[in-house]
Write a protein that binds this ligand. Sequence first.
Ligand SMILES: CC(C)(COP(=O)(O)OP(=O)(O)OC[C@H]1O[C@@H](n2cnc3c(N)ncnc32)[C@H](O)[C@@H]1OP(=O)(O)O)[C@@H](O)C(=O)NCCC(=O)NCCS
Length: 167
Amino acid sequence: MFAKIIMHRKIIHFMAMTTFEIGGIRQFDPLDIDEVMEICSSSLSESYSKSVVYEIFLSWHEGFYVFTNGKQIIGFLAGSRKTQHDARVLLLATREKYRNLGIGQELMKNFEEKCRYLGILSVRLEVRTDNELGIKFYKRLGYSITSNLPSYYSDGSDAYVMWKPLF
Ligand SMILES: CC(C)(COP(=O)(O)OP(=O)(O)OC[C@H]1O[C@@H](n2cnc3c(N)ncnc32)[C@H](O)[C@@H]1OP(=O)(O)O)[C@@H](O)C(=O)NCCC(=O)NCCS
């Protein structure tokens, strides 16, 4: 019994430590804009202005999340609500140093959870046709390629539209 209590305390202590050290997901706050812009410019091939990112936030507060490690923002996801039943992931990136730790996946799952809660039926997104890691990442999360958008990006690159039903 005693051993069980000690074990239990150790687990709680570990959980508290990791929560403190790792941080977690929270909604975007306008004060986060500079850090988010930093991630945009270091991780995304398309360039976005501060005002565009801020407009995305204004258009749908509930669809914009950041992942923090307690000290800084290490990833973010910005979505939009296309119609009452469809949402879209507009921007998703994790700082290079923090990739392959499950942060991108957590941001996506959190976003999908929120969408389900709001009665949204599906999520769509665009990804560069040459972003093999991104495509693999989304496929693993259950997204399928539904169409191709020629010259979608400003440098003339094509995009795949990927889509996932939420129910
Ligand atoms: C795409 C992107 C957001 C993924 O972010 P991430 O935080 O690395 O994502 P995850 O760690 O959840 O998943 C990445 C991979 O690590 C794996 N992984 C997840 N947790 C892991 C762990 N604890 N240990 C090792 N690998 C892990 C996942 O299985 C996934 O593998 P997959 O590519 O085979 O699916 C990130 O690579 C990025 O910012 N890329 C540049 C911008 C970009 O391409 N954005 C998306 C298209 S617009």
